[in-house]
Design a protein around this ligand. Structure first.
Ligand SMILES: [Zn+2]
Length: 441
């Protein structure tokens, strides 16, 4: 008989229901503390204690039973807009002080840090040198114990477009070139295609809402991606370009710095996803502290209020919202990490705490097409979950009280009495989750 683990007397937010399960039980196959393997491990049951008559009669001698009174279980978190290769301050003119080989290691380290912070899936919103594909494969093949990575390869932009002067982007001109770029990324295993449709804060001489791609170019990418059953995500700053992208069949709007109510309702009608990344317009001290150029800080500061209002419009219209940060998923900010901070900002913008938890779990699982095997706590799923002290569906700040992280029914770390375990992925035990670049030369 396969070993089972019983997590009992827990509050459970399953990512599906609108209310938490009180006095819940989650049972899964597997011993939780094993070092490797266990691909067959999965969640067997989630529900109220009283709905599972087999407890404690069915518990076998080698099973584990852990009392989670006072803790809330939620699905593992998602960060669906992150650049694992990000270096701060953002250096223009394609200056690369890190090099491809070292950056690969830094990006892998950050995927490990993300997992330590309870973020079990990261959607890479564009990065250089195919590194996100390599990390995806390394993690999926159980070479490394890190967050699952959903890659898109490069950020595809127009010549001179958003982030043109940094090594993260690749420039194209005309529908044919964009079409070829999308096909090349799909051939490498892209799980979506990312385009830079408008300007942003990255470059000095572009407005946040400047449209930088033609409709023909956008339509070409959408056609190629949809032909392969994949979604198109677009960096989008202004209301009119958002509208045009949605009408051309685009699937996920990233940022939406300026968006009117009418556009929000159009997104709702078409089922377009929104990844607000409120973190990036609410991080003045972070930007200054990392030595960002004055024009970047100014542009993002000036956008903050309009951005919050745009996201408020989207919330009112009932748009499906997901959590992304543009900052590193594990970046320390305001006493927590960027991903949890984003959830708090979404609540400030008008989501209920439960809606913010869904944004960071099931909604993001739908966007990344991982909902079939994770993103919720239900029988047959892989078992990516966290435990926090308190009731985050009542006070979102309780997401800060992380006490346990598991991926694939396998513990990353836990401080829960009866289930204490040190971190055993590749990050240095006890080392601060720095979000840093690890450069000393
Ligand atoms: Zn981004």
């Amino acid at each position: 008989m396969a070993r089972k683990t019983y997590l009992i007397h827990a509050r459970i937010i399953d990512g599906v229901q609108d209310t938490a399960i009180e006095d819940g039980i989650m049972i899964f196959q597997g011993g939780m503390t094993r070092q490797k393997g266990g691909k067959e491990d999965k969640i067997l049951f989630v529900g109220k204690m009283e709905e599972f008559p087999g407890f404690p009669e069915e518990v076998m001698a080698n099973d584990t039973v852990v009392d989670l009174t006072g803790y809330t279980l939620t699905p593992g978190l998602y960060n669906v807009h992150a650049h694992l290769g990000l270096t701060m301050p953002y250096k223009p003119y394609r200056f690369d002080e890190m090099g491809v080989a070292y950056r690969s290691l830094v990006m892998l380290r950050r995927a490990c840090e993300a997992l330590n912070c309870g973020i079990t899936t990261v959607r890479s919103a564009g990065g250089p040198d195919n590194i996100d594909y390599a990390i995806r494969d390394a993690v999926d093949n159980e070479m490394m114990f890190a967050a699952r990575v959903i890659p898109c390869g490069a950020l595809n932009i127009a010549v001179g477009g958003h982030a043109w002067n940094n090594y993260i982007s690749t420039m194209y001109n005309g529908a044919d070139q964009f079409r070829a770029a999308a096909r090349a990324e799909l051939a490498k295993g892209a799980q979506f295609i990312k385009i830079g449709l408008t300007g942003g804060a990255a470059s000095a001489h572009e407005g946040m809402a400047d449209k930088q791609m033609t409709d023909e170019e956008i339509a070409a990418v959408v056609e190629v991606a949809h032909g392969a059953g994949k979604r198109v995500a677009a960096h989008l700053g202004g209301d009119k370009p958002i509208q045009e992208f949605v009408k051309l069949g685009g699937d996920s709007v990233e940022h939406a710095y300026h968006m009117e109510e009418e556009t929000a309702y159009l997104m709702k009608e078409r089922g377009t996803f929104l990844v607000p990344t409120l973190s990036v317009t609410n991080c003045h001290n972070y930007l200054v502290g990392h030595g960002s150029p004055e024009f970047q800080v100014r542009k993002l500061d000036e956008t903050g209020e309009a951005h919050s209002q745009s996201i408020g419009n989207a919330i009112k219209a009932g748009v499906t919202i997901c959590t992304g940060t543009d900052l590193l998923p594990s970046d320390p900010i305001d006493g927590t990490n960027a991903t949890v901070r984003e959830m708090e900002l979404l609540v400030k913008a008008g989501l209920t705490p439960m809606q913010a938890i869904k944004a960071a779990t099931s909604n993001s699982a739908k966007l990344t097409d991982t909902i079939g095997f994770t993103g919720t706590l239900e029988a047959e799923k892989e078992g990516d979950f966290i435990a926090v002290k308190g009731k985050p569906d009542q006070d979102i700040h309780d997401m800060r009280n992380l006490e346990l992280v598991a991926k694939g029914c396998r513990l990353v770390w836990s401080t829960v009495p009866g289930l204490k375990i040190r971190r055993y992925n590749i990050t240095v035990p006890g080392m601060n989750v720095a979000g840093g670049t690890y450069m000393k030369w």
